[in-house]
Design a protein around this ligand. Sequence first.
Ligand SMILES: Cc1cc2nc3c(=O)[nH]c(=O)nc-3n(C[C@H](O)[C@H](O)[C@H](O)COP(=O)(O)O)c2cc1C
Length: 361
Amino acid sequence: MKLLLLRANPRKNGFTRRLTDLFVKGVREAGAALVERDLAALDIKQCLGCYSCWITSPGKCILKDDMPAILADILDADIVVCATPLNAFTVSSHLKNVLDRTLPLTQSRFEQSPKGTVRNALRFPEKWPKKIASIVVGAFKGDENFAAVRAMFSLYANAMSMELCGEIIRPESYLLQFSLAKPLTVKAIEAAYVKAGYELATLGGISPDTQRRAAAELSPDVSYFKKYSNIYWEHAVAMGEQSRDLDLLSRNVMSDVRILMQEMARSVDPVATAHLKTVLQFDFPDKQYSVHIAVDHGACAFTEGKAETPNLTVTVDSGVWAQVFMRQISVRDALVSRKIMLAGDKFLFARLDRYFPPPVM
Ligand SMILES: Cc1cc2nc3c(=O)[nH]c(=O)nc-3n(C[C@H](O)[C@H](O)[C@H](O)COP(=O)(O)O)c2cc1C
């Protein structure tokens, strides 16, 4: 099985790159032959729509660039994998250029496909059968965001007599940065990309289960998605050029107390808090930000701002709290050095770890 991977992501440290690297890991584990092409690094001009490749130079484009090598790669491959960011609800312009420029692989004769649609006959049918698979990574949440790109791949596959043998769609790409929030889900998503590569290389297709796992939702609803995305971009804008270091950006986002506190509230243990009714307030003077968490017999409500009568008030700078949260400094040290100040029922503070257990990593 020969695989051709067309990488169509211009950003070299973005999510398409990262997830496609995991897919490649799976292909390599399977020991399959893999050719990779970085489309953004190649000179591939836009189709002129002149039909020279049908009329005056059959099978050859008149443009002089790197496309003939890509056409040769496609002819040589059993499966073409297109990895692309979702841009304007479809593939990146780098991939769109390449798909347009595959016109020389077809000829001017029209025929009917097994699906009943009209298409152009293949110019090199002896090089077929072939399959195509897609890896599409987008930032937004919701299936409708990917409807056009799914339809495009389905129509293109049919037009080129290729079997569409796998579609790995990743929504909410930026939420992958919040790996502390859902560490197990992020790990399962990453594992699904490796498995997708392995399956494609060994079975010639990606199972529906693996596709579903790769597309697992990270945010429970739209308001959560918006809140986290807005915080992400707030940090990116504040960091300016430095935000190109995605690991640094991720660390800054993850130590944002708005996220830490929301995640803490989400991690409430209903059993440990089954008999508890209390209000915990957290004040972050450096950010002039307060939140309170109301625990009521296993349920938990998170509200921004101060509570009327909190049972415990924790006052701490946001940076110190982030370090405590990530187990980089001990609570005891922070208390002794008075970096954390408590008012009210201090016993509650001692039990925070039980009430809000850290995520299983
Ligand atoms: C020009 C442009 C258009 C985009 N259009 C969409 C879009 O229509 N839908 C979407 O979910 N994300 C869109 N995005 C966001 C990307 O899909 C997102 O950054 C994703 O992580 C893939 O890019 P990356 O590999 O560079 O990270 C767009 C990004 C750019 C730069």
